[in-house]
Write a protein that binds this ligand. Sequence first.
Ligand code: FMN
Length: 220
Amino acid sequence: MDTLECIKSRRSIRKFTSEPVPREELEELIDIARWSPSYKNSQPWEVIILSGEKKKGLSKMLVGLLEDGKENTPDIAAPISWPEAEANRIDYLFAKRKELTGIDLAAPETIIKAKKANFNFYYAPHAIYLFQDASLSQWSLFDLGIFAQSLMLTAHAKGLATVPQAFATDYAPEVKEFLGIPTSKRLILGLSVGYPDMDSPVNAYRTERSETKEFSRWLE
Ligand SMILES: Cc1cc2nc3c(=O)[nH]c(=O)nc-3n(C[C@H](O)[C@H](O)[C@H](O)COP(=O)(O)O)c2cc1C
């Protein structure tokens, strides 16, 4: 697939087929993503790929913690409030989703449902966690974001699908313990990975973007 087309046509997928992805295919995702740029070529990324019983066990633990009312303790805090432009875009996304699916993403009962779907990795056959040493600066967080995008674009180019999930890091200490990640690391992102179920209405909505001129200026 052409690079430009790949960037423009990638989208988050929230319904997967149950077909597992061959190990070599998953290995190739990581193998390509490691060519991402990073500050001083420090390559501050560590990856865990989860499948089968281990993935099911993690989902069960996460759903259990949610049902027990456990407080969220992600390593990367969610914003308490958003600046106006970003807040407007979030409102737009929620309104659009409500209009198309009838689901109100801001309603408390929907949030619980959405979290459960996230904790089950949308029933994708695989999940990937990205983490790094907690002593690294924000530049390394930036680097890991680039790595995540490379991973998602590679997956898309190969006919696979992904969704990046901050929710998957809600219970960071418990996830790290379950995965054998030392407490000296910070858990950055979880992703679901598999083959997209494009017949599902969940995957029908293509998110929009602000016009380029709204966020860029030319100075000469
Ligand atoms: C850092 C980050 C965290 C995200 N967390 C979640 C999440 O927890 N659950 C989810 O379903 N989608 C999550 N998303 C996906 C966004 O909602 C999605 O990227 C955005 O709406 C744009 O849609 P697109 O990916 O289809 O282009 C996350 C995306 C990013 C980059």
